[in-house]
Design a protein. Sequence first.
Length: 213
Amino acid sequence: MDFVYCGKLNSLETFTERFAIPITQGGYANATKQQLVTAYKCAVVLRDAISPYILRRLKKDVKRSLDLPDKNEKVLFCELSSEQRRLYLDYLSSRECRNIFRGRLDPFVGLTLLRKLCNHPDLVTGGPNRHGEFDESEDPSKSFGFPERSGKMRVLMQLLTIWKKQVVIFDPDWNPSTDTQAKERSWRIGQERAVTVYRLLCAGTIEEKVYHR
């Protein structure tokens, strides 16, 4: 911003105190009501201060001139398989998980493992060796890693039977912008058919908590 209007946002120290810290505090899951209100007010003031100097065009602003088709987004909550649920609960009661809560281990280790369990148990326990050439005559359900053992895989197999122009977000990313980029790649100039985006989430798990956050 200083390149366009030097001193508009004052010094770095002042900017951090007036905007960066309050807005960051309001973004935490345990933020108080007062912190949320303060963060919103600071964000509005900051937006109004820089808007005359920043030109931003969203795809929705130029959709009519680009003649883009419709895009629909759906969130599908998948139920864990019995094996996934057992492994998920076992880990939550494990010594490693207790050490995470006690601050002895990095929480990211546990979160990563739980996310893998939501996709397929073999990602954690290890499964049969599937390397080698793909046999086209092989049962498709086996090629997709035993869908009956993963709630997400069951839903994915159903979506494949009605496949048209769809985007399936199977493993949601921590960073929402990563998923947004994946969606926008199929909804771009030259696209003629309507696009449906399916986001697969395991209900009652870390994935749902991250999504609502």
